[in-house]
Design a protein around this ligand. Sequence first.
Ligand code: AMP
Ligand code: MG
Length: 406
Amino acid sequence: MVELDDLLAQVWPLAASNTPGTDTVNLNAALGRVVVGDVFSQLNVPQHDNSGMDGYAVRCADLAKGVQFAVSQRVPAGASPLPLQAGTVTRIFTGAPIPPGADAVVMQEDASVLANGLVTFNAVPTPNQWIRRAGEDIACGQVVVPKGTVLDAIHVGLLASIGVDRVDVVKRLKVGVMVTGSELQNPGKALEPGQIYNSNEFVWSGFLKAMNIDVESVGIVPDNLEATCSALERLAECDAVVSSGGVSVGEEDHVKPAIERMGELRAWKVAMKPGKPIAFGHINRSDGGQSWFFGLPGNPVSSALAFQLIVKPFLGLLQGQSMGQVDWRLRMHPVKADFAWAKPDMCREEFLRVDVQSGCAGLFPNQSSGVLTSLAQSSGLVRLAKGQVVAPGDVLNYVSYQDLMK
Ligand code: AMP
Ligand code: MG
């Protein structure tokens, strides 16, 4: 049995050094993709000093309260102003370039237009007032989106704001999914006696789609060695394969021998609860390549958490994200226990489902690894060392699902 931290130290670096190739995509296809290199700006944003208000561009030194000024030009957004004539003001609108020679904008609410067309001001501006300086948002040469960023709507907008219409991103990953278990039935079909519905496949597909990863599923695989091997063979062309169930040592568990036949088992059994039976290795392809393999337990909670704690960061690294982005341990923070945990596991560390309100963690009443509602009705996990008991008031290490599933 391997400790979770040791497994992560063994497995995650393999992904970081094996990222796939590059795609160049249009901005409208860039959402959720991971950029392969720093994106620099070739220009200043804004390009020119411009007005932050509708009003008048002025030279502060000219202005005194009550003095009447002629309006020498009108500059809407998109126009090119002439230099400001001494002793006059420029009518200007939000976003319009500041005329050379002007050093402030007075908003129109502080100006009065007289019957003779001249303008007076009832406030004396300070230099720079309501001027948005060239480059104050983005300076030419600045990194706008760093390497490894998972592009969200704001990032895509930032790229648009510097005129970039295509961006280099990591090739889309394809992950194979198989769920083993002769007792499984798919939703939409009636359950025969002894059957249960297959939920793991849907949980994982959701996680994978949220990561912008293509999912190739062979669906339910009955509990026999030949069917398990042939499912692995069909999925071997994927970048990685995740399978659920059948990974213990019972007579109906065929994942371990199948992976030993089809590739290599590199780690097996992790000292964590929920989720001990976990396998990691690879499947050999007929062309000499390999596909990463994760065999996760069938219990829905174990399968979802093992995916989040081990597999998702691995896939994030494979996608070109950095260790700092994917390592959920860096996002843990202390919370106060509002419960007691008197019978710890002496051989495995434990992740307890808790609900944190105002920094206090309440224990979800049913910690069974089969109770999927526990993941919907709690807010995150506290991580306990093996043998750790908890008394109310103890400070525990917590990660929210939101941070875990980022
Ligand atoms: P196993 O890891 O194969 O021993 O399965 C452990 C438990 O998880 C059993 O109660 C299975 O019925 C259940 N299980 C296995 N696969 C799935 C699945 N795809 N969806 C929901 N439950 C499952
Ligand atoms: Mg099974």
